[in-house]
Structures are given as C-alpha cells and as structure tokens.
Design a protein around this ligand. Structure first.
Ligand code: GLU
Length: 320
C-alpha cells in the first residue's frame, strides 16, 4: 500500500483527507480535485489521510474500493497510513446519533420523498433533496436513538451559516431555507453522507477540507452538525471549481469515457493526465509528475470558473 514515507514519525497536526466515494470510476474531474488537494498538502505540510466514503451511496461494486486507491496511487499521490473505509465500523456514527437524540436534535420520520415534495410549497429547483419543512417534524421526539428502519432527521433552525472559504471567500448558506431538516441516519441502517463526513473529519483531526464547489451547501449542514455534536473547531474549507462536459453538466459517463483507468489502459501516462489538469489550473499544459505539479501550483492564480472538458482535451490526452 503506498504511504507517506514519514508515516512512522508522530503525525503533524494540520491534516487533510482524500475522500473518494467508490461509486463511479475516477475521472478527470475528481482527479483534479484530489491533485489540487494533495498539492496544497505538500506545499503546506499537511498530513494526508485517505478515507473511502462507501456509505450512503449506491451499492459499491466488489473491487471498487481497491480500484479507487490504485488510481490515486497511479497518479502519484501519497498518504499517511492505510486507507480507512467508512463501512468498516459504524460505532462512531451510532455514538453521534445517540448524542443527537438525547439532545432532542434528531427524530425518526417515515415520510417518503414524494410525501415531502407534496407538502413543500415548491421543490427547490435542481436540488437533489426536497426541502423538509418544519411543519412535517414529528410532534414528539424519542430521546433515545434506535436504528429502526426509518430515516432520522436533524432539526434545523432558521438562520444562515457563514464561513470563509479560502478559495471562494465569504459564504453564507441557509440550511433551513434550502433543505430544512436533513437526513442524518438512513432507513438502510447507515449514517447519511452528512453525518459520516462530520464525525470522521472531527475524529480524524481533519483541519483542511478541499473538495468540489457542489458541496458548499453540504458544508453548511456539516457545520450545524459539528456544532450540535460539540466536535470542536471547524476545518478550513477550499471549494474548487468543477469540471463539466461540453453541455455544461458535471463531467460524467454521459460525456464519454473519461475514466482514468481507460486512459491508462490506452497507454496514457499519469504525467499526461496531470499535464492536462495543470493546463486547467493556470499552469502550462505539459506532462508532469504529481510532485512537479505540487511545486508549480498556485491556488492564488487558479481560475475561478468551472472547466469544460472538451473532445480536444480527450485527443490531447491520447497523444500525438
Ligand atoms: N466522497 C465525496 C465525493 O467523492 C467527497 C466528500 C467530501 O470531500 O466531503 O464526492
């Protein structure tokens, strides 16, 4: 397993994490986020953890976890210790659920998505999650948590959650206005993404979170959970622009096969993939190693707009 060469030494405090979900294969878009995350860590001396987020996702195919780890290693990224896999131990999330229930901050709700959408005045445009209005809250909350085959929701009060993002600047998110009481434990007997990330970032001592700007709204939810659970200071956030297809939608299968493993299978070296990414980060587009990228990268000159991955980029990757 690739690891940080200094992994025997006491861990330095500032810590970040590479946190892929092993749902789809790694493509140029998420590789860019991981590469920038790793480059910032190298520049600033942060410890890099590897956490596989395999909860609250569609079924994880056998071998997907290993393949994700393998692709990031192929890119030349390194990390401290062995990757952790969220599904390996649910006890930290159960502890958090008990605490939320005892504090009267979470309750079970059997309402389906359809029922919630019908009750809400207007579903949020383009939102993956229907807003859960406070009127639908259970009238009485049990004070003990039980994994009873229902969704448990977190009580969200009106108000704005503010944070200063190192890349985006000041941000203000209304969790109440956007999603309302959100799910923290799913009827499938697992923590939701929001709860799992909050608990893990706190218990793993994560001080720097670098991820795509589609998760700005989630940061608001995770901040509320962190406060409710008394989990200590919030990490610094860096939300990066996304890579999109020519149609403006987030890069995905519909845009053709941009999986790193396909490029690798066609003989494309990792240095070329990194070179392409470098060209979208304000550096010159030429093959380079991850270490060379980290030496040259400057967050201050990284373009702020989302990036379009074009057929021309695909052709460049495949080489002359
Ligand atoms: N696992 C998430 C993803 O792959 C990232 C979550 C996070 O960085 O908080 O999109």
């Amino acid at each position: 397993m690739p690891g940080d060469p200094v992994s025997d030494e006491p861990a330095p405090r500032p810590t970040t994490r590479l946190a892929p979900s092993p749902t789809g294969a790694l493509h140029v878009g998420n590789a860019r986020t991981f590469l920038v995350n790793w480059a910032l860590a190298k520049q600033e001396g942060w410890r890099v953890l590897f956490r596989v987020e395999d909860l609250d996702t569609p079924r994880v195919k056998p071998g997907a976890v290993e393949a994700t780890v393998e692709m990031l290693a192929w890119l030349g990224l390194t990390w401290h210790g062995d990757p952790t896999v969220q599904s390996a131990d649910l006890s930290p999330y159960l502890v958090a659920m008990r605490r939320l229930a005892e504090a009267g901050l979470a309750y079970p709700s059997e309402l389906t998505r359809r029922e919630i959408e019908q009750a809400a005045t207007a579903p949020q445009e383009g939102s993956a999650e229907a807003r859960f209005p406070p009127e639908l809250r259970a009238p009485v909350y049990p004070s003990t948590f039980s994994d009873d085959g229902t969704n448990w929701r977190f009580v969200v009060e009106p108000g704005e959650t503010r944070f200063v993002d190192r890349f985006l600047g000041e941000r203000s998110v209304s969790v109440f206005g956007s999603v309302g009481d959100f799910v923290v434990w799913t009827k499938r007997g697992q923590p939701s993404y929001q709860l799992a990330v909050t608990v893990d970032d706190a218990r793993q001592g994560v001080t720097h979170v670098v991820r795509g700007n589609d998760l700005v709204g989630s940061t608001g939810r995770q901040m509320l959970l962190r406060r409710a659970l008394g989990l200590g200071p919030e990490p610094e956030h860096v939300h990066l622009p996304l890579v999109r297809g020519p149609d403006g939608r987030r890069l995905a299968k519909r845009h053709g096969d941009t999986r790193l493993e396909s490029y690798r299978a066609q003989g494309v070296p990792a240095e070329r993939v990194i070179g392409l990414i470098a060209g979208t980060c304000g550096l010159s587009r030429e093959p380079m190693t991850a270490a060379e990228f980290a030496a040259a990268f400057d967050l201050g000159t990284m373009p702020t707009e989302d990036v379009i991955f074009t057929p021309e980029d695909d052709a460049w990757l495949l080489g002359p």
